[in-house]
Design a protein around this ligand. Structure first.
Ligand code: FES
Ligand code: FES
Length: 157
């Protein structure tokens, strides 16, 4: 079965007729052509495919494209504005939190979703939040430093 779906991705409406079994990550990469959302495990374990759907971070390999019909999706390509890096991207650059970079878009989109919530986070909170994203290069200490710059400064009592 194929169905016509329309998704707003990074502010642009994309309409296509897709197979029912197509994953959201495949729609983003293969139909829309945005390759910044990576496929790692394809089973919901690594977080490389994390995007923001209607304000919430989701693993786009766990969602069918047809389930995302009518939603607003933000990918890593939607984060920088007018060629200027977002502050999370700047933090990753400044803290050298990127090695091979394969996991990086997923981490950044997850952190962006946490930032949207506007809550202060302790280091333990941040570690708990990042548990679903895997870095095969073991860049966790530097990723934590970058995350702390964005999320740790709004400490709550
Ligand atoms: S590719 Fe989606 S969680 Fe790994
Ligand atoms: S930087 Fe290589 S997987 Fe994270």
């Amino acid at each position: 079965m194929r169905r016509e779906i329309s998704l707003n991705i990074n502010g642009t409406l994309h309409t296509a007729t897709v197979p029912d079994r197509m994953l959201l990550v495949q729609f983003i990469r293969d139909v829309v052509g945005l390759k910044g959302t990576h496929i790692g495990c394809d089973t919901g374990h690594c977080g490389a495919c994390t995007v923001i759907m209607d304000g919430v971070a989701v693993k786009s390999c766990l969602i069918l494209a047809v389930q995302a019909d009518g939603s607003n999706v933000m990918t890593i390509e939607g984060l920088s504005k007018e060629g200027k890096l977002d502050e999370i991207q700047e933090a990753f650059r400044d803290e050298f939190a990127v090695q091979c970079g394969y996991c990086t878009p997923g981490f950044i989109m997850l952190l962006h979703s946490l930032k949207l919530r506007g809550v202060g986070m302790s280091d333990d909170d941040i570690k708990d939040a990042l548990v679903g994203n895997i870095c095969r290069c073991n860049g966790y200490p530097l990723i934590l430093r970058a995350a702390r710059r964005i999320l740790g400064r709004r400490q709550v009592g």
